[in-house]
Design a protein around this ligand. Structure first.
Ligand code: FA5
Length: 347
């Protein structure tokens, strides 16, 4: 019996020694696989059970269990020791120099046009307007006919346009969204703003571009008057430009409104004195507006005896120019970040 117990101690010490000398995790794993497998010397110790009496078996079993516990603990401790050592070694290698300059990520921001569009939409949404976007490629029918501009009307020439074929063109203004909205509302009152791009074969100068952006506004209901239009535009323009900028309404003509007005705002560049940007007038036109023409209401299924409405179309590019003091509309389409960063230093 003593011989058997001694053998347990010898096998255990042999394994503990191997554990102690394992140089890394792989070596430790090998010790576990070789010396604790079913065919290992340690496992084969159980062959003695059959030769022992009940009392001896209890003592032998206790000895084996104790040895197994010691080996297990030694494995765990050695594993922790090797893991910690490897970790320390990695930390020592991974020295970080906090004085090195960081990576300079370029953070993008909204183009001034998109920023102004959001601002304008927010103002109108806060007044209870819904937002609708019509298509950029528009039919001649919606762009002109439904806006009370028949094929022989001289107003078409003012918006000499980009046609795909005689029936389809890049829209020249956001006004066709008015007719699309009235069709959708089927005779119900509503308030809507419609943002989007417009395209015209126009002068390319400091205030005109062949592609620009507008926001259309349309209110249709009972007893809507020119006073409602004026109040709405004043509220909107003061919210955008502040109380100091002056606003001017001039009588005008649009085939789809009657009466019609054009709204000018004092030039940000010269503050009304006159400069090359405002062509010495001190003012820059930013929007056209008026009371919805009875023909337009009628074509859209609204009875002009019962319903009235006002509409306006504001040039987003012009608003951005005035708000940020941009003297040439073409700058808005150059994507030059040095310029854009200056635009954001708001006046
Ligand atoms: C129109 O486009 C009308 N549809 C506006 C309207 C809507 C009137 C509803 C009545 C009722 P106009 O061509 O004036 O109107 O253009 C309106 C605004 O768009 C102008 O005041 C200007 O701010 C802008 N705009 C027009 N043409 C250009 C251009 N080539 N480049 C930049 N902005 C332009």
């Amino acid at each position: 019996m003593d011989q058997i117990l001694l053998e347990v101690t010898v096998v255990k010490e042999e394994i503990l020694n191997l554990i102690k000398n394992a140089s890394d995790e792989i070596a430790l794993k090998n010790v576990r696989e070789t010396h604790l497998s079913k065919k290992s010397k340690f496992a084969s110790l159980s062959r003695y059970f059959k030769d022992l009496n009940k009392e001896e078996r209890a003592i032998f079993g206790e000895k084996i269990n104790q040895a197994a516990k010691e080996i297990d603990l030694a494995f765990k401790n050695k594993h922790d020791e090797l893991f910690f050592a490897a970790y320390q070694e990695r930390l020592a290698k991974e020295k970080i120099d906090l004085s090195l300059p960081g990576i300079n990520y370029q953070v993008g921001r909204l183009n001034p046009l998109r920023k102004v569009e959001d601002e304008i939409l927010n103002i109108f949404v806060s007044m209870g307007y819904e937002v609708y976007e019509g298509p950029d490629i528009e039919s001649d029918y919606y762009n002109f006919e439904r806006m009370n501009i028949p094929s022989d009307h001289p107003a078409r020439e003012m918006q000499d346009s980009f046609y795909f074929n005689p029936a389809l063109l890049l829209r020249t203004h956001t006004s066709p969204a008015q007719a699309r909205m009235m069709d959708a509302k089927k005779g119900e009152p509503f308030k809507v703003v419609c943002p989007g791009k417009c395209y015209r074969r126009d002068d390319d100068d400091a205030t005109h571009s062949h592609q620009f952006m507008q926001i259309e506004g349309l209110v249709v209901g009972h007893h809507i008057s020119l006073a409602d239009l004026k109040g709405t535009l004043e509220t909107f323009l003061k919210a955008i430009f502040g109380e100091k900028r002056e606003i001017r309404l001039r009588g005008s003509y649009f085939p789809f409104t009657e009466p019609s007005v054009e709204v000018d705002i004092s030039c940000a560049h010269c503050l009304g004195k006159g400069c090359s940007l405002c062509k010495d007038s001190g003012y820059i036109e930013i929007l056209g507006a008026g009371m919805v023409h009875p023909n337009v209401l009628r074509m859209s299924g609204y009875d002009p005896q019962e319903y009235s409405g006002f509409a306006f179309g504001v040039g987003i590019d012009r608003v951005a120019m005035l708000k940020y003091g941009i003297s040439d509309i073409r700058d808005l389409y150059q994507n030059d970040l040095r310029l854009f960063n200056n635009f954001y230093q708001e006046r």
